[in-house]
Design a binder for this molecule. Structure first.
Ligand SMILES: [Fe+2]
Length: 173
């Protein structure tokens, strides 16, 4: 497909005596994205919000009992296998609170039903995706099991999800 796009990008047509490319450079670039819809540049802009949390919260004087808020907020896109961002922390550096926030953030993003750019997923699909993430060492599998069995899940589903989203789900690991 990428080769076909590159071929089409070479085509030109005439308009008012001028030769114009079928695709602009930007169109060609965007049509050649292999996974998802974002270019690498757009991804780094998006990823920057985690670094921004870290920078902003670092300059605030938290009272002692809230001292972990900085890390919990800034670490919500880290992965247990060290492939997350912004700091690329690994299992040994991520506390239980961090792991809870990481799981909650992904779960909320997958189930949310108020985003115009994507459909709300059913729980069966959500736990399938989360199972793969646990298998790949991205999120905490034990925590995922705990969450899946816990009544807080049904409580959340009842309050926040559409009926069609709340189906039978199982973990696949
Ligand atoms: Fe985020």
């Amino acid at each position: 497909d990428v080769q076909r796009v590159k071929l089409i990008a070479q085509y030109k047509y005439q308009k008012e005596g001028k030769e114009i490319n079928f695709l602009s450079e930007d169109e060609e670039f965007n049509l050649c994205i292999k996974k998802g819809t974002l270019t690498n540049d757009e991804k780094s802009i998006m990823n920057y919000h985690a670094q921004l949390s870290l920078d902003m919260l670092s300059s605030l004087p938290f009272p002692k009992k809230y001292k972990d808020v900085l890390n919990i907020a800034a670490n919500h896109h880290e992965k247990l296998n060290g492939k997350g961002y912004p700091r690329g922390l690994d299992e040994s550096q991520l506390a239980l609170e961090d792991r809870i926030m990481i799981l909650a953030d992904i779960f909320e993003a997958l189930t949310s039903n108020d985003r115009p750019y994507k459909d709300a997923k059913k729980l069966s699909e959500v736990f399938k995706i989360l199972s793969f993430m646990a298998k790949d060492g991205e999120i905490d599998g034990e925590l995922l099991k705990f969450f899946h069995e816990n009544s807080v899940l049904l409580k959340y589903a009842k309050e926040e999800l559409f009926d069609y989203q709340v189906d039978e789900s199982k973990l696949l690991f």
